[in-house]
Design a protein around this ligand. Structure first.
Ligand SMILES: Cc1ncc(C[n+]2csc(CCOP(=O)(O)OP(=O)(O)O)c2C)c(N)n1
Ligand code: SF4
Length: 248
């Protein structure tokens, strides 16, 4: 019988701990499928963050390292420099990357480190109970912004991909989401292109994935996908912001 669907070798058999409707699991699978399809599972070294995806090291079936508090890009830099033959990537949430570790991601892009970052933007701190993140939208409620975020108090939400795309060392920058089957396919294509950029030695590559946090948004899984589409995509438009010259 023809096999039409099977589990990717890129994921372990360990049951994931994510809340129902959380899209971290989908994004894990896309990263795992891409590593398998590029035949680099045996050469890949991932760096996990703090946040809900801290346990990515248990789920991705490649060598993994842990880095605390936004330092994943710095740790990945060290790994890639001593092992340039390996495929090195970080997997980070928006609290980890856009708040605690802003400096690390800016400087890794600035230096043009040949690593890949998967940046999961769910507009809130998930693991620690729904505090406001730099990416929280105006009017969005968070435990540290119970009346909703205001510009006066917190400034506008930080557009990380737009910021990184201005940096010369950033070779590939794209924003995607996983709210529909069509967008899941586009997200996988971008993740693959980012890893291919690293394999071609072209510089730093990052894919921002707009994600859900039904638990801290206080919504059902279906409602949270609708909220992402109606509120996040208009402020964080999908698409490629930077790719190597010859790929344009
Ligand atoms: C320096 C520092 N500040 C805060 C924390 C607490 N902390 C751990 S995980 C986390 C939130 C992570 O949120 P995010 O990166 O958005 O990931 P998510 O849980 O939403 O996937 C925070 C604030 C910490 N461990 N260290
Ligand atoms: S708290 Fe939010 S980000 Fe964390 S697993 Fe649950 S839904 Fe996902």
């Amino acid at each position: 019988m023809a096999v039409v669907f099977q589990k990717t070798k890129g994921l372990t058999d360990k049951e994931m701990h994510y809340c129902p409707g959380c899209t971290h699991g989908i994004i894990h699978r896309l990263v795992a499928e891409v590593l398998e399809e590029l035949d680099v599972l045996g050469d890949a070294i991932g760096v996990a963050p703090v946040g809900c995806s801290v346990l990515a090291y248990d789920y991705l079936n490649c060598d993994m390292h842990e880095a605390s508090h936004g330092r994943a890009p710095a740790v990945a830099t060290g790994i890639k420099r001593v092992r340039p033959e390996n495929v090195v990537f970080t997997y980070q949430g928006d609290g980890d990357l856009a708040s605690i570790g802003t400096a690390e991601i800016v400087h890794v892009a600035h230096r043009g480190e040949k690593i890949t970052t998967i940046f999961v933007n769910n507009a809130i701190y998930g693991m620690t109970g729904g505090q406001m993140a730099p990416t929280t939208l105006i009017g969005q409620k968070a435990t540290t912004a119970p009346l909703g975020r205001t510009v006066e108090h917190s400034g506008m939400p930080l557009k990380v991909s737009e910021m990184l795309a201005t940096i010369d060392g950033a070779a590939f920058v794209e924003r995607v989401t996983v709210d529909s089957p069509a967008n899941v396919r586009k997200a996988k294509k971008a993740i693959k292109a980012a890893f291919e950029c690293q394999l071609a030695g072209k510089g730093f590559s990052i894919v921002e994935v707009l994600s859900t946090c039904p638990t801290n948004w206080g919504m059902s899984p279906v409602e949270s996908l609708g909220w992402l589409k109606d509120n996040m995509i208009p402020y964080y438009p999908l698409g490629n912001l930077r790719r190597p010259e010859e790929d344009k």
